[in-house]
Write a protein that binds this ligand. Structure first.
Ligand SMILES: NC(=O)c1ccc[n+]([C@@H]2O[C@H](COP(=O)([O-])OP(=O)(O)OC[C@H]3O[C@@H](n4cnc5c(N)ncnc54)[C@H](OP(=O)(O)O)[C@@H]3O)[C@@H](O)[C@H]2O)c1
Length: 315
């Protein structure tokens, strides 16, 4: 519709932003239309979004001018960064700053920043419970996002800081699903003992973001933290067992052991899970499931997500 408000979506071809694009397109009478931002409008993913009805616009969050142009005329913008593409917290912060400043220059009425906690507020650098990484961080991809919150707050554009959760899709994307151990038994491995891990279906992040935009002023200048379910490693293992009909157990290793594993990012993930375990009460309480379900009544729990994605994992 002519007067529909435009939401510009950074990361439209990815998991978080893609969920938001689909949520907007699936609600044609909702009063919003979507502008999908990508560095490569001719990619298959971008073309698919175009075929579904999205406006596709080229911009690069390393180039502020391109983001200002892409945000112009929009009501709101969803801002995210992909740490895993460059592994640089400094670059991630600069990208966030570019988006926050572009939001101001483009005169947006609502800017949403997909963020995570700056873990150093809980575990200062001189705290030797976990190693300091890259000289300045405990969990670089968390700390950089959290440090960048201030750019959005300072922009004076009405903002929502959206605190996300561990995607269950990681079981597929990062290959951390059940594996046969030396004892021949299937297990998932987390260094969190009996502490709960808030998780979410990646697609649900975009659905929640859309509800926040739709709610007008309600969530402006606020923090919203979302999750689909809080589960211990054993509870996730039990659900794996039931869904696949094969016994899956939890391999609850210590964070130091996890950090020593031989895969890229093991140290960072070890620190991340240790932070979540040690700050379980804060980390779970802020990610309120009922409040998340109010935003997104289609919110999946882990069992529902696993049943839906059963064939994508070899167990
Ligand atoms: N996995 C988890 O459990 C989890 C949980 C919470 C938060 N996160 C965070 O989520 C982020 C990744 O999000 P995702 O899973 O949605 O990523 P994804 O599916 O890998 O997609 C990455 C998206 O970022 C866009 N992008 C990257 N660099 C860009 C640039 N310079 N300019 C414009 N667009 C750019 C890409 O667009 P084009 O390639 O089309 O340009 C693509 O749409 C990470 O920072 C991670 O820390 C992950």
């Amino acid at each position: 519709m002519e007067n529909d408000k435009i939401i510009a979506v950074v990361g439209a071809t990815g998991a978080q932003g893609g969920g938001l694009v689909r949520a907007i397109l699936n609600d044609p009478k909702g009063g919003f239309k979507v502008r999908a931002i990508t560095r490569n409008p001719s990619s298959d993913k971008a073309q698919k979004l175009k075929d579904m009805g999205a406006e596709v616009v080229k911009a690069d969050i390393d180039d502020k001018q391109s983001v200002i142009k892409a945000f112009e005329g929009a009501y709101g913008a969803y801002c995210m960064t992909n740490f895993w593409e460059h592994l640089s917290p400094e670059k991630e912060m600069q990208q966030a700053k570019n988006m926050a400043e572009a939001g101001k220059e483009a005169g947006l009425q609502h800017i949403m920043w997909s963020t995570l906690e700056d873990t150093r507020k809980w575990i200062p650098l001189d705290d030797d419970r976990m190693p300091t990484l890259m000289e300045k961080y405990k969990v670089p991809h968390f700390d950089a996002k959290g440090e960048a919150d201030e750019y959005f707050v300072e922009s004076k554009v009405p903002y929502t800081l959206l605190f996300t959760s561990f995607y269950w899709d990681n079981f597929i994307i990062f290959g951390i699903g059940p594996k046969e151990g030396e004892d021949g038994e299937l297990a998932i491995t987390f260094p969190m003992n009996n502490k709960q891990l808030p998780g979410i279906a990646a697609e649900d992040i975009g659905k929640c973001a859309y509800a926040i935009f739709k709610a007008g002023d309600t969530y402006k200048n606020k923090i919203v933290a979302i999750a689909g379910e809080h589960l211990t490693c054993k509870e996730m293992a039990d659900i794996f067992s039931e869904v696949y009909g094969k016994k899956v157990k939890c391999n609850a290793v210590e964070p130091d052991v996890y950090r020593s594993f031989d895969f890229p990012g093991a140290e960072e993930f070890g620190n991340m899970f240790q932070f979540k375990a040690e700050e379980e009460e804060y980390f779970c309480t802020i990610r309120d499931i009922n409040a998340t379900r109010k935003l997104n009544p289609e919110l999946l729990n882990f069992r529902q997500w696993l049943e839906k994605n059963k064939d994508k994992l070899e167990v």
